[in-house]
Design a protein around this ligand. Structure first.
Ligand SMILES: [Zn+2]
Ligand SMILES: [Zn+2]
Length: 214
């Protein structure tokens, strides 16, 4: 069974998730650690729980979700998994860092691609890849059906949705992803978003001002 640890990192307050189970292996999703003390916080957690990092995943490659990719690669030799359509977003991230006043060293190691329907496994636990573009062209979410949760990146937030004014964003595409991908999951599915508090599919169907039916 997955245990989920979350950390909020960087001036952008991005949520980094670390999933681990009884195997002692772990999955690092969207390491947004920007400052040295944030990298230490992540490393301390992993060492304190004697975890072996096995996968490095990005829901998408906006700068706040990729700040710590290189650190994870350098420290635990993990290679990055993304959707193929995020490649140009990743390539632009370092330049975006300069533009936003948050320069950083981008990941330049090998890339592995994840597509809709593929799975990431840790022992008996499984994450299913859901393709949910709109906030970003190759945005994916990681769904655990057995435990009823989804790591949903910047698609849907508690009473808000991802912005669509960044390169490759599209508002209609985002709304379609929410309605046709996330809203088809059971109402009690817990959403762990890239920013802010957790929520559920059912709560957002009722209370999200961007999605309430007219
Ligand atoms: Zn984003
Ligand atoms: Zn974000």
């Amino acid at each position: 069974m997955f245990s989920i640890a979350s950390f909020t990192f960087s001036p952008i307050a991005e949520n980094t998730y670390l999933l681990h189970n009884e195997t002692g292996d772990c999955i690092i999703i969207d390491p947004g650690c920007y400052f040295g003390n944030e990298r230490e916080t992540l490393q301390d957690y992993i060492e304190k729980h004697a975890l072996r990092p096995k996968y490095l995943l990005n829901t998408h490659c906006h700068l706040d979700h990729v700040f710590g990719n290189k650190f994870v690669h350098d420290t635990w030799q993990l290679e990055l998994y993304i959707h193929p359509k995020e490649q140009p977003v990743l390539a632009f991230a370092a330049e975006a860092g300069v533009q936003w006043g948050m320069p950083f060293s981008n990941y330049e190691g090998p890339l592995h691609f994840l597509r809709e329907g593929e799975q990431i496994r840790l022992g008996n636990d499984v994450l299913n890849v859901l393709f949910a573009p709109g906030h970003s062209p190759g945005h994916i979410c990681f769904y655990c059906a057995a435990q009823n949760f989804v790591i949903d990146g910047d698609v849907l937030f508690r009473q808000s949705i991802g912005r669509t004014d960044l390169p490759g964003g599209n508002h209609e595409t985002l709304l379609n992803s929410i309605r046709n991908v996330l809203f088809t999951l059971p109402d009690d599915t817990v959403l762990y978003p890239g920013h802010g508090a957790t929520t559920t599919v059912g709560f957002e169907k009722k209370h999200n001002p961007f999605l309430r039916m007219p």
